[in-house]
Design a protein around this ligand. Structure first.
Ligand code: ADP
Ligand code: MG
Length: 384
């Protein structure tokens, strides 16, 4: 049997480049190659945005041992032929054209998870795993996602957003707009992840400094009120039309002011009873919440998924004020790191089953979109 070729795209020009390599190799390529019906084709975009395709790029040692630069120097970047599907051309090789059947994006953050890649894949007309461009764009802009939530009656902490240039040109006007928000406040670049350039501030001086910091990383900035008595939870969800939630998970914080990049990816968070180490550090799985609150959080996350029009897979993050028993929407990750495979595993879905279901959802979605008319006969040209 000819195996379907699944092109796994990872890396790219993003602060989350390195996390993407691990997601692609450990959580996607490995299980794909354990199946009977699929074969993974690694497609790596380097930090400068050059595309490469070579079987050795699925070997983690190439990246962890710092050999990647030397290896890529020996390869020639691939070309993409746009007509009739996603066809890679490997310059210089005899059997140089490689037709990919389904794309599995494994890119996190900018130039990949943010909708750019998805727009291109739709234009090429190839099936791909996960959300399309519009839902990706909404999810990867923290202000747009919150606007969508607020409009749909989903609770989210009060916020103001503005462009970095507006702040640099007229700081006073922006500070006036921020006056209505109550400290403590969180300042965030709207597009980044991994807590990069996010600050929690309690006075105006720190607020100005935090906005200046965020402005180094993004053109758009959001300032929002902090949720007190905080318990954070996250829910991985799968599906196109019928949704399947995994388990509500509670990442455990260190004593630092909040969750930062190192807590998430390097030190592994706080250990303790009933905790488990996932790709994102230690967490309680399932989250330790009163039953009613657990159910409410799950329902809010599912509603966010629907309202944003997410497809395939995503992870919805919520902030809970445990004293007030209020659940707030925080943000969405349309392409969760490691696909949150540890959580799916505990919810009864193995990594192999997870990637197989996601590929099937991609194919179903592709078929569903084909049913929409793109041809409309008119007399427009004849009348010209
Ligand atoms: N409004 C808020 N109230 C309380 N804590 C917050 C708030 N916003 C963010 N945080 C804390 O900051 C962390 C990072 O913010 P988040 O919006 O999730 O950005 P990232 O995309 O970097 O994950 C959260 O995981 C949470 O610990
Ligand atoms: Mg987050």
């Amino acid at each position: 049997m000819n195996k379907l070729k699944i092109g796994v795209i990872f890396g790219s020009r993003s602060t989350e480049h390195d996390v993407s390599i691990i997601t692609a190799i450990a959580s996607i390529i490995k299980p794909i190659n354990l199946t009977e019906e699929y074969e993974a084709v690694p497609i790596y975009i380097d930090k400068l945005g050059r595309w490469y395709c070579d079987p050795a790029l699925a070997d983690i040692n190439l990246y962890t041992k710092d050999n990647i630069g030397n290896y890529l120097a020996k390869l020639r970047p691939v070309l993409l032929e746009l007509n009739g599907g996603f066809n890679l051309i490997k310059p210089g090789l005899k059997d140089k054209k490689l037709k990919i059947d389904v794309i599995f994006p494994a890119t996190h953050g900018t130039h990949g998870e943010d909708g750019e890649l998805m727009g291109m894949l739709d234009l090429i007309n190839v099936p791909y795993v996960g959300s399309e461009m519009p839902a990706s764009v909404l999810s990867m802009d923290k202000s747009l996602a919150k606007i969508m939530a607020e409009f749909s009656g989903i609770p989210t902490s009060r916020f103001v957003f503005f462009y970095a240039k507006e702040f640099l040109n007229n700081q006073q006007a922006i500070m006036m707009r921020l006056k209505d928000l109550n400290f403590p406040l969180f300042v965030k670049p709207v597009h980044l992840g991994s807590s990069i350039a996010i600050s929690r501030v309690t006075d105006n001086k720190a607020l100005v400094n935090a906005i200046e910091l965020a402005a180094h990383y993004d053109e758009k900035i959001i300032v929002e009120e902090a949720v007190n008595n905080l318990v954070e939870v996250t829910l991985p969800i799968m599906g196109n039309n019928e949704l399947k939630p995994a388990l509500l998970e509670q990442p455990l914080l260190k004593d630092e002011a909040f969750f930062d990049f190192n807590t998430k990816y390097m030190s592994g968070g706080k250990k303790g009873k009933n905790t488990k180490q996932g790709a994102q550090g230690y967490s309680k799985l399932p989250a330790d919440l009163p039953k009613g609150l657990y159910k409410e959080a799950e329902e809010i996350a599912l509603k966010v998924y629907r309202v944003l029009g997410l497809k395939g897979i995503a992870r919805v993050d919520l902030l809970i004020d445990l004293k007030a028993k209020e659940v707030y929407f925080n943000e969405v990750n349309p392409l969760p790191g490691s696909l949150y495979a540890h959580n799916w595993q505990q919810a009864g879905t193995s990594s192999v089953s997870l990637i197989s279901q996601l590929i099937k959802l991609a194919q179903e979605r592709f078929e569903e979109k084909k049913e929409l008319n793109t041809i409309f006969e008119t007399n427009y040209l004849k009348q010209y």
